[in-house]
Design a protein around this ligand. Structure first.
Ligand code: NAD
Length: 333
């Protein structure tokens, strides 16, 4: 029996993560769940960012499915999400952005995968208010972290028969930090002569993705640019409700949607659970249940393709539960 840690999160987190759990449970696999809560409420009650119970559970189970967790803006505690990634050294944030046929979008046939470095850069959270009128933040780039995200992206490209890897950076301005990132990825690219390699400055890359997304395939980049580019790219495939993600380390995988806790729609059961359900499908691939992951992806393609049961973000009026019921109904069709 494979045990998985389920972190419901907050905002729409419990709505979408329990939908994903229902879909996985409907496959009748040898899987059991350990549900552990964390988030603002727990922090306020206990003062614990990441309860020991959660750390022990992930250390033991090595695999987690996670709902989004709110982080206060401009004040308050630091991101629990970022801390979890750092704590378990899940260095590769992998975000596939693929058009689901039937979704109304200005773009068709998008098929990108963003590899975002997940443990350093500006996200180390070292900030200083030097005076009332001056604030500073530190960006840390290490050779080791550039190497492992670069290798992960190129290995993925090789195994999955992808044609091109694009390294995204700002080394024209950040010559030392982004310079090290670029230099490392460039060196790794030489070990993969069968894969086309190119480099783009991040501001140009934003325009390129909006105008010519079909020119891109696998993107490898540092933490902040990866965060921004994956949200930008989610707009190309129909929105954040559709884009899954995986945080992968040496021996731990934490699977979660790209989107956040969406406080603007939380509690209404209108959230689209697709991103979280697809994250669960990535999790099944990871624990060697690839055919079952495919069943989930096929069912989602079918339900969205038919266009009868859709959540609000996709132009429908079905609730999170109704949409989830339909996904379950179509798992074996
Ligand atoms: P968000 O991703 O929560 O929401 C952005 C927009 O997309 C909102 O309009 C929202 O309603 C919509 N949206 C997101 N997910 C959706 C879904 N499944 N179905 C339908 N619509 C959806 O981004 P935000 O509002 O900038 O952030 C809210 C909070 O989430 C912040 O505290 C932020 O720090 C946190 N956050 C957490 C994670 C995480 O846990 N990994 C990731 C990103 C943001």
């Amino acid at each position: 029996m494979k045990k998985i840690t389920l972190i419901p999160g907050d905002g729409i987190g419990p709505e979408v993560s329990f939908s994903a759990k229902r879909v996985v449970d409907a496959l009748n696999l040898d899987i059991d769940w350990e549900v552990i809560n964390t988030g603002a409420e727990i922090y306020e009650k206990t003062g614990d960012f990441i309860p020991d119970k959660l750390i022990n559970s992930i250390n033991k189970n090595k695999v987690a499915l996670k709902g989004p967790i709110t982080t206060p803006i401009g004040k308050g505690f630091r991101s629990i999400n970022v801390r979890l990634r750092k704590k378990f050294d899940t260095y590769a944030n992998i975000r596939p952005l693929k058009t689901i046929p039937g979704v109304k979008s200005r773009y068709n046939n998008i098929d990108l995968v963003v590899f975002r470095e997940n443990t350093e850069g500006l996200y180390i959270g070292i900030e200083d208010k030097v005076s009332e009128d001056r604030a500073e933040a530190k960006k840390v780039i290490t050779r080791k972290c550039c190497e492992r995200i670069g290798k992960k992206a190129f290995e993925y490209a090789k195994i999955n028969n992808r044609k091109k890897v694009t390294a995204v950076h700002k080394a024209n301005i950040l010559k030392i930090t982004d310079g090290m990132f670029l230099d490392t990825i460039r060196r790794i690219s030489k070990e993969y002569s069968e894969i086309e390699y190119e480099e783009k400055i991040v501001d140009n890359m934003c325009m390129q993705l909006v105008m010519y997304p079909e020119n891109y395939d696998v993107i490898v980049t540092s933490n902040l640019y990866g965060d921004i580019l994956s949200d930008l790219s989610s707009g190309l495939v129909g929105g954040l409700g559709l884009v899954p993600g995986a945080n992968i380390g040496k021996d731990v995988g934490i699977f979660e949607a790209v989107h956040g806790s969406a406080p603007d729609i939380a509690g209404r059961f209108t959230a689209n659970p697709t991103a979280c359900i697809l994250s669960a499908a990535m999790m099944l691939d990871y624990i060697k249940y690839k055919p079952e992951g495919d069943k989930i992806r096929n069912s989602i393609n079918k339900v969205i393709g038919e266009g009868k049961t859709l959540t609000k973000d996709l132009g429908g009026n079905s609730s999170t539960q109704e949409f989830t019921d339909e996904i379950i109904e179509n798992l074996y069709k």
